[in-house]
Design a protein around this ligand. Structure first.
Ligand SMILES: Cc1ncc(C[n+]2csc(CCOP(=O)(O)OP(=O)(O)O)c2C)c(N)n1
Ligand SMILES: [Mg+2]
Length: 355
């Protein structure tokens, strides 16, 4: 299926649309600033997220993962497409579906494995079982797990950029569940009244744990953003080029000093909230409707159509990604688990550097 040719995503916002003050609808073809190398890079990052998460699910089922297991399965186009729109000085506040964004922003995939496997090679030195980590490099803000709060954190980063007159942009990723929180309101409102360089990337996957979107927010999501005084658009969140196009327009606008924007990326959570959740509360018809729109397979088909990737090249990318995942897993497994004597270290500020 060609990108953009799928049925309109139902999402909270209905069909993709743009709400005033109006951005052009995202292009269905490749945005002109993306060359063939960019398109192949987008594909590779999406595939790397998919392959790393599939491997972690496998390890989780074997009992090797020390904590809960969340994936961004089906959200790869959003994580990768939006992060790819950022420039080198920019930062992002990412969450539990956004491994692909972290990879785009420079996180080595071995740290992902080390953290899930509870090894000292991870930024938490094996003290945390999945993705609630910081220390992933200068462009990735600490994972702020309290839903909605990372919008306020990213707004704070954008405020700092504005005060220092730096041409930098902060991006916040969050699910539609965040729209029901006070922190989302505070962050979005502050960014709007101060015209801060903030980009809000909302993945609307139609459920917040077991709560369907209709019980989280009333009415089309993008229309409520007009009340904040910021432009908003809804795009097909399973189309990486549509996500990139909308995010890039929002990033450019923020960098020009024109303030924040909101992008609703309409998708569907195909798996459970975590791997411990069988999602039996999700209507089968919804899953049947969304499964064929897999963002990774769609983008591969699109690249084949564009003549950017042939069958052999696609196979080579897949093999390279699997090799990278193998190496990352092996690196993490060679890293020791934490020594119990370190239990009380790193809790308070310490004069002695640690590790
Ligand atoms: C304030 C708060 N309440 C509850 C949780 C537990 N929790 C983590 S993710 C999640 C669902 C969030 O839904 P949504 O924002 O739509 O993201 P999704 O998981 O659907 O991707 C919940 C309830 C939390 N982290 N923070
Ligand atoms: Mg959700």
């Amino acid at each position: 299926m060609a990108a953009g040719d799928g049925p309109a995503p139902p999402g909270g916002a209905g069909a993709p649309r743009t709400v005033q003050p109006g951005r052009a609808a995202p292009p269905h073809g490749a945005p002109e600033e993306l060359g063939a190398d960019d398109l192949r890079a987008l594909y590779r990052y999406m595939l790397l997220q998919r392959a790393a998460e599939e491997r972690i699910v496998h390890l989780y089922r074997q009992g090797a993962v020390v904590g809960a297991c969340f994936t961004g399965y089906g959200h790869e186009a959003i994580a990768v497409g939006a992060a790819y729109a950022l420039g080198s000085p920019d930062v992002a506040a990412t969450l539990h579906r956004d491994l692909g964004a972290r990879l785009v922003l420079g996180m080595p995939v071995r740290l992902y494995f080390a953290n899930f496997l509870g090894r000292t090679g991870s930024p938490t030195r094996g003290r945390e079982g999945n993705l609630h980590i910081g220390g992933l490099g200068p462009r990735i803000l600490l994972h702020t797990d309290y839903i909605g709060a990372n919008v306020a954190v990213a707004a704070g980063a954008a405020l700092a950029f504005a005060i220092r007159r730096e041409e930098r942009v902060a991006m916040a990723f969050f699910g539609e569940g965040a729209l029901a929180t006070g922190e989302f309101h505070e962050g979005a409102n502050l960014a709007a009244v101060q015209r801060l360089p903030l980009v809000l990337i909302c993945w609307n996957n139609q459920f917040a744990l077991s709560t369907p979107v209709a019980q989280e927010v009333c009415g089309p999501i993008v229309e409520r953003m007009a009340g904040y005084g910021m432009p908003a658009c809804a795009v097909d969140g399973n189309d990486v080029l549509a996500v990139y196009g909308a995010a890039r327009a929002a990033v450019d606008r923020a960098r020009r000093g024109e303030g924040p924007s909101f992008v609703e990326c309409c998708t569907m959570r195909i798996r459970g909230h975590s791997e411990a959740d069988d999602a039996s509360y999700v209507p089968q018809a919804l899953l049947d409707e969304w499964r064929p729109r897999d963002p990774v397979a769609r983008f591969e088909a699109r690249l084949r159509e564009l003549g950017v990737l042939d069958a052999g090249e696609a196979e080579a990318v897949r093999a390279g990604v699997i090799a990278e995942v193998d190496a990352a897993q092996a690196w993490a497994e060679a890293s020791p688990p934490p020594d119990p004597s370190e239990l009380e270290r790193g809790v308070y500020c310490e004069a002695r550097p640690w590790p």
